[in-house]
Ligand binder design. Structure first.
Ligand code: EPZ
Length: 421
């Protein structure tokens, strides 16, 4: 198992380029199941979750060609409408095939996801929604079986709470349902908008993506992507992680090929904390930090609020800010696993239910720490960049799930990060 060895204390300088969004690429790949025609997707990040999704799609019946960050998919026929436990347990986003499979093949068998390091994460909203679209759902032997032999029919679906992949799953299913579907209390995340734009290019009729109400008029068939394909949006969580890397090390970094609007909530918090931030062009955020930071409270929210996927990284930053900051996690019930590891490096963090109270500034020192999930590992990398001495981060396979070559990107900006086996 790979580890990262990081020597801290070096301010980052230079330019870091953002890759395509993992959480946008995952539903885009699943959307290939909706059509028998070829799909061409650009800017697919080369990370482990994407490889897992591609493996799943191949088992289902897709032929996939990968050239750099371009992926061509062709699914003339659904061979096996199934997502097995072996894959679903390593990646919950596998449930994104559920909607497309029922819509196109009238049948899906998907393993129940089971427990997760950041919370219970059920998929009941996906299942209730599919039932409302006319599917029959059965659960046995750890699997969900969904059937809609005569096809799906449009319905009004109101989500009990906002769900990102739930919105995406049902959006895909509804494109091939008979009549109109309305999704209320839908997720407004940029990844939902990107998926809707891809589906529209494939012939779907969708209105309102990016707002809380999405209307879909079902069509009989979707075609492949038009000539030129579809390019996935920038990964806002990766971009945000690099912005925090610059701020925490007292660096001067331009994060390029990103969408500043998508990290607005983070930028606002960092400006309050005393970091100088400009946007020299439409796809670059320039950050200059003296390393002197003020504590600023933060609460995670659905988009356009502060992303839960940047909470762990923000906590690392707040260990370096003067004063007390309170971080409130409202999306997941157990997303503070990084707090104990940060404490091993010298951070002063007290947990109280859904809140973390951080007393700064702490002089962090390098230590052996363990990555517990994707974003928790990113927060340990950030803490290590500013810690005195050497930090060894174990189980970096978590970080490989969602960050493309993070060690090379940080090293090019001057960081000392080594991957060892
Ligand atoms: C997506 O997960 C992301 N994953 C997550 O990114 C992200 O943390 C999360 O949205 C929140 O922004 C992908 O896009 C692949 P939710 P998702 O359904 O869709 C509850 C990362 O690090 N809920 O929006 O699974 C749920 O338990 C990952 O890249 C139900 O109760 O999250 C949670 O408390 C991790 N029933 C809340 O809703 C359901 O059926 C929001 O979850 C669905 C969700």
């Amino acid at each position: 198992m790979d580890k990262f060895v990081i020597r801290g204390g070096i301010p980052l300088h230079g330019t870091i380029e953002t890759s395509g969004s993992k959480n946008s690429a995952l539903p885009a790949l699943a959307a290939a199941l909706l059509t028998e025609e070829p799909m061409l997707l650009h800017r697919i990040p080369r990370v482990r979750d994407i490889k897992t999704m591609q493996r799943l799609l191949v088992d289902i019946g897709s032929k996939i060609e990968v050239k750099g960050d371009t992926v061509c998919l062709d699914t003339p026929r659904i061979v096996s409408p199934e997502a097995p436990y072996e894959l679903v347990k390593t990646m919950r986003a596998s449930s994104l095939v559920l909607g497309p499979l029922v819509a196109r093949a009238g049948r899906a068998r998907v393993s129940m996801p089971g427990g997760c390091a950041i919370g219970a994460r059920p998929i009941d909203f996906h299942l209730n929604g599919l039932e409302q679209l006319g599917a029959k759902i059965n659960q046995e032997h750890g699997y969900i079986e969904a059937q809609a032999a005569d096809g799906l029919r449009g319905a009004l679906i109101k989500f009990a709470r906002i769900t990102v992949t739930g919105t995406e799953d049902l959006l895909m299913a509804a494109t091939l349902a008979r009549g109109e579907t309305v999704l209320e209390n839908a997720a407004r995340e940029p990844e939902v908008v990107d998926l809707a734009e891809l589906l529209i290019k494939m012939g779907a009729k969708i209105d309102g993506a990016g707002t809380s109400t999405i209307r879909i008029q079902g069509v009989a068939k979707l075609h492949g992507t038009p000539k030129g394909g579809h390019t996935i949006i920038a990964d806002r969580i990766e971009a945000g992680t690099f912005l925090i890397a610059a701020a925490i090390t007292g660096g001067d970094v331009k994060v390029t090929h990103c969408v500043p609007e998508h990290v607005r909530a983070l930028i606002a918090k960092m400006q309050q904390a005393g970091v100088e931030i400009t946007e020299p062009d439409a796809s670059t955020v320039h950050i200059r930090s003296s390393g002197k930071l003020r504590a600023v409270d933060m609460t995670t929210e659905e988009y356009p609020g502060f992303a839960t996927d940047l909470q762990a990284q923000y906590m690392a930053l707040m260990t370096q800010a003067e004063g007390i900051s309170i971080i409130t996690e409202t999306i997941f019930e157990n997303r503070f696993m990084h707090a104990q590891e940060l404490a091993r490096m010298g951070a002063k963090i007290r947990l109280d239910g859904r809140q973390a109270i951080i007393a700064g500034k702490s002089d962090l020192t390098g230590a052996g720490v363990i990555a517990s999930d994707l974003r928790a590992s990113a927060s340990l990398v950030l803490a290590a960049l500013v810690a005195k001495g050497e930090t060894v981060i174990d189980r970096v396979y978590h970080i490989d799930r969602g960050y493309e070559k993070i060690e090379s990107k940080l090293s090019r900006a001057g960081a000392s990060v080594r991957r060892v086996e």
